[in-house]
Structures are given as C-alpha cells and as structure tokens.
Design a protein around this ligand. Structure first.
Ligand code: ATP
Ligand code: MG
Length: 420
C-alpha cells in the first residue's frame, strides 16, 4: 500500500530548497553582523516548558501542541516555537553571567496541530532571534531596523511593519477589566474561540480573524490609550527611534500577539497579497519570561518569521532566486580504460570544489551526451582509447558549440583556472 505524507507537512524538493537555503543563509549572515550567534535546541522539550513559557491560555497550548508521553512516562511536546527553549537554555547554561545582552538566533522546524490551509502547516520552518538582558528601547529599535533591512534586501514589496504596545502587568490588569466590561454583553454573538478568550485572555478578543468578531471588536477600548506612564514613555522612545532612522511603521492598536509572555512593544510584519495568513514575522518584548521560567529577572525581546510565508512573499514580489547549480563540465567516456581516466579527472575536479558530472549508469556515449545536456553542463569532453593514447582531447562549450583541443593531463588545471 502506498504511504502518503502526514497532513500539514511537506517535502521541500530540489528546485524549491534552493530558495529556502538562500533565505536561511541571508538570515544567518545578517544576524551575525548584528552580533547574534546561532543556537540549536531540541525538537522536543518537557511539556511544562511550553505550558509555563508560552502560557496556558494561548491557542498554542490549548489546542495546537503535539504532546505525548515518552516510553519513560514523561510528557514531552514537539516545539511549537523557539522562544521558550532559548530562555530555558539561557537559564540552564547560566548565560546571565555572560556579557549582556546575549543575542541568539535560530533556524528551526516547529510543530502545531493546526487547521491546515495555505500558509498554515503542522510542520513549518521558523527563523527567529532573541536579545536577552536589555530593557532599552534601543534594543527594540535595533531589532526592527534589522528586520526592515532584511526584508528590504530580499526585495519584498508591500510588507508593512505594524507596531503596538500592550503595556506591562500593571497597565494590563486595569485594562483587562475595562475590556471585559465592553465585551460582557457581546460574546453571545462571537465565535467559540472568542467565548473562551473572554474568560482566559480577553486581550485576544481583539485579534480574532472571524468577520463577525472583528465587527464587534471594532469599537473596543484600546490598550495603547490606557498605558501607564513608564510604558507610554518606552513606546514613545521606540517610535521616535524608528523615526530618526527612517523606518516606516504603522501604529496598529489591534496587534496583541498570541503569546502570554509579551509586554510593551509588540509588532508584526504584514504582507499584502498573502490572504488570511499574511503575518510573515511577529515578535515583541517579554521582560517577565526569564523569571517566570525560574531565572533571575531579565528583560528580553525577540521575533520569529515563517520561512514558508516569507518565500511565498518573495515569489509574489518577483524575486529572482538563485537556481540550482549546474555542472561546469561533463566528462564522457567510451570503454573501460577511458572510464577510469575520466573518473579520476571528475573526482579531482570535485575535490577542488568544481561541480563536475560523469555517467555512472553505463550509458552509451549518445545517452551520456543527452544526460550532459539535461544537466545543463557548460563544457563537455569525451575520452576514448585514441584520446588516451595521444593525450589529446576536445573540450566543447555546450552553449556556443566552440571546441578546443587540449592535453588530457591539463584538463583539471584548465577548469580550475578557468582557462578552457
Ligand atoms: P497566526 O496568527 O498566523 O496563527 P501566530 O501568532 O500563531 O500566527 P507566531 O507564533 O508569532 O504566529 O509565529 C511567528 C510566525 O511563524 C508567524 O508570523 C508565521 O509567519 C509563522 N507561522 C506560525 N504558525 C505557522 C504555521 N502553522 N504554518 C506556517 N507558518 C506559521
Ligand atoms: Mg497561530
């Protein structure tokens, strides 16, 4: 019986993988210029980490986690995101004694049991980063500048930075009661998720994507208008910093983010033309999280972007991705003796960093040349007994059909030095 791929997962095949790799490399390069180092952490963690780190009331913890008991009876969960693991690692490895701030980036797969649709998968790729140990608005501005520049460098059009402040514990406690008051007679007409959010996490009533809920939430009081003085000042300084370095942004009072640990600055980069799943990158400040997970009081800020959505946006913007590598030269042969010489040349070239093709399927010469054509080789050369005996062979430029006679023992040097 044929076995198919699990729902919500995908193979990333040759032709597509080059696009992913391009973005992943550009991301790592950019982040390293801003002083970040890469971190890797496990695909699964103890379930408590996400319950406490992402938050019991979030959509992720309530309905999206892949949780199971391992053979030892411990509950483990496939990571639904990266921040909780980075913070766990920061605490566990005593990184609070390192020079602060600690800047870390990651390139991971993440797992969420979602309703699968375009741009929403059960296994997906995230690129993300965290700054731990800075509560300054300069950290927020630097992160936003970096992301803005990164997306610009990828040629993305129509991606808008939306920012908001969701205050701190103090301003939020007061605001939650104002919000509950507003929605108290309205939840009957809202979706099932919103009915639950009203009890567990009223702020999330504001970013429901269901039409009737958007309509009802339209006139709700906004947290940005109810911030305490310290949060107000922080937000003012972030926007002033962005203005100073000419980063365009939209203040969007409806951005609240799904994760419990966010405070103050929250942001999303929202793409035009991606449909409902249009948030490419999201993040914010989480000053209480390290402490919540058992560390010392340490501020933090971070973000994560969906690689699938990012690549899709780049395609929509007409980005010219690099294509798969094609061989510099194809070494053809006729007969056993020539094969051995051809193989030596091919392998020498490969070890010198040159992509070289040779047939390993015992094809006829005609079929070998067809194969070379299919692989789009730039040059070809064919060795037979006569060529071996005279140490002479003909290199052909497959694009221009020009030919050149060279000695066989000069082929490697010529290709390496690009004097063919
Ligand atoms: P959404 O509102 O789209 O569900 P989210 O708030 O759950 O997003 P985050 O947890 O902030 O998303 O994740 C950061 C980014 O990861 C998102 O902006 C998105 O680009 C990407 N992402 C999240 N969930 C998925 C998924 N199921 N499939 C593909 N990409 C995803
Ligand atoms: Mg989600």
């Amino acid at each position: 019986m044929k076995i198919s791929i699990p729902k919500g997962t995908k193979d990333i095949l040759p032709g597509e993988i080059e696009k992913y790799k391009y973005v992943q490399t550009a991301f790592a390069d950019m982040l390293e210029n801003f002083g970040y180092s890469q971190i890797r952490f496990p695909v699964f963690e103890y379930t408590e980490l996400f319950q406490r780190g992402v938050g019991d009331t979030t959509d992720i913890v309530q309905k999206e986690m892949y949780t199971f008991n391992d053979k030892g009876g411990r509950s483990v969960t496939l990571r639904p995101e990266g921040t909780a693991s980075v913070v766990r690692s920061y605490i566990e490895n005593g990184m609070s004694s390192n020079t602060q701030p600690v800047k870390l980036y990651y390139d991971i797969t993440a797992y969420r049991y979602e309703n699968v649709q375009k741009g929403r998968y059960r296994e997906f790729n995230q690129l993300g980063a965290e700054i731990l140990g800075s509560d300054s608005c300069n950290a927020d501005v630097e992160v936003l500048f970096m992301l803005y520049s990164f997306f610009n460098g990828l040629g993305i059009q129509g991606l808008h930075l939306n920012i908001n402040s969701i205050g701190c514990k103090t301003c939020r406690a007061e605001y939650n009661s104002i919000l509950k008051e507003y929605f108290s007679d309205k939840t009957d007409n809202m979706c099932a998720d919103c009915k639950r959010r009203y009890i567990t996490n009223p702020m999330r009533l504001l970013d429901c994507k269901v039409d009737k809920c958007i309509e009802i939430a339209k006139d709700a009081p906004m947290l940005l208008d109810n911030l305490c003085d310290n949060c107000k000042e922080h937000f003012y300084n972030v926007t002033a910093g962005l203005d100073e370095i000419n980063i365009p942004y939209i203040i969007n009072k409806r951005i609240v983010r799904g994760l419990d640990y966010y405070v103050r600055t929250v942001f999303e980069f929202i793409a035009e033309g991606l449909g409902a799943q249009n948030t490419v990158c999201a993040g914010g400040r989480y000053d209480g999280l390290v402490e919540q997970l058992g560390g010392t009081d340490t501020p933090g800020i971070g973000f994560a972007m969906g690689l699938e959505r990012l690549v899709e946006t780049m395609k929509n913007s007409g980005f010219k991705f690099p294509t798969a590598k094609t061989p510099v030269i194809f070494i053809g042969y006729i007969g056993e003796k020539a094969f051995k010489v051809a193989r030596t040349i091919a392998n020498e070239l490969r070890l010198k960093g040159i992509y070289c093709e040779i047939d390993i399927n015992d094809r006829s010469l005609k079929a070998q040349l067809k194969f070379a054509d299919k692989k789009d080789a730039l040059y070809s050369v064919v060795l037979g007994d006569a060529e071996i005996d005279t140490n002479k062979a003909i290199i052909k430029n497959m694009k221009t059909q020009e030919t050149k006679e060279v000695s066989i023992d000069s082929i490697v040097r010529r290709v390496v030095e690009n004097i063919i």
